[in-house]
Design a protein around this ligand. Structure first.
Ligand SMILES: Nc1ncnc2c1ncn2[C@@H]1O[C@H](COP(=O)(O)OP(=O)(O)OP(=O)(O)O)[C@@H](O)[C@H]1O
Length: 205
């Protein structure tokens, strides 16, 4: 599968945040989207994930034969983790996993124990998500995205709030994702170096 961005532009009021961004992203490849603070990385990442619309241009998810995937199916192909995408804070971890399984955002057979094993954390399962530390919440978000079995993985500053051990856990998990199309918006050298391709948003201003 592919993501094809063609002449994507985004304007907020009078401010052009993205200018003429065209790129072809391919499955099995990983891409770092880089640029200084405020340059539009998060804005572009949301547009590429089809979470928000560009002002001009378009983004298409394509099959190998170049046919377009219907826009109503696109959301089911995306896993997206970012510090600004909140978990449901009033749920316990058990409730959250069960809710995401019902939504088909996680595999039906995923148990609490296998999730805890995967994220290498055993948070108190009866605690509300809002009472976990910010690093624990971030690791839970990453675990959910990585275990979702989606072909397109989007991460915005993924190792925010993570300690060294958790960062290394994430780097290892990304290296194991051989078939996915991964896009990471970041300025962290260690996150950029995880990716095979580097795209500077300033080249599209
Ligand atoms: N909903 C919005 N309404 C108005 N302006 C916005 C909106 N979202 C983003 N912006 C503006 O777009 C510009 C780019 O923001 P964006 O968050 O995409 O940058 P970024 O490169 O991800 O920044 P950072 O590295 O600080 O996370 C900023 O000037 C921001 O204020």
């Amino acid at each position: 599968m592919k993501i094809l961005a063609a002449h994507v532009e985004k304007k907020f009021r009078q401010e052009w945040v993205v200018r003429s961004f065209s790129y072809e992203f391919k499955s099995g490849q990983s891409y770092a989207l880089t640029g200084p603070n405020g340059s539009g990385k998060s804005t572009l990442l949301r547009i590429l994930a089809q979470y928000s619309l560009p002002t001009k241009g378009n983004v298409n998810f394509l099959l190998e034969d170049h046919s377009s995937i219907d826009s109503d199916q696109c959301h089911s192909l995306v896993a997206y983790a970012a510090p600004y995408v909140e978990l449901i804070e009033e749920f316990t971890l058990v409730e959250l996993l069960s809710f995401l399984i019902q939504l088909k955002a996680l595999p039906a057979q995923l148990s609490l124990e296998s999730f805890q094993k995967y994220i290498e954390l055993q948070p108190d399962k009866n605690k509300f998500i809002k009472n976990y530390s910010s690093g624990m919440r971030q690791k839970i978000k990453l675990g959910i995205a990585l275990l979702a079995n989606k072909p397109f993985l989007f991460f915005d500053e993924p190792t925010t709030n993570l300690d060294e051990k958790a960062k290394n856990w994430f780097y290892q998990k990304i290296k194991e994702q051989n078939n996915s199309l991964i896009i990471i918006a970041s300025n962290e050298a260690s996150e950029i170096n995880l990716c095979q391709h580097r795209i500077s948003i300033l080249d599209f201003k």
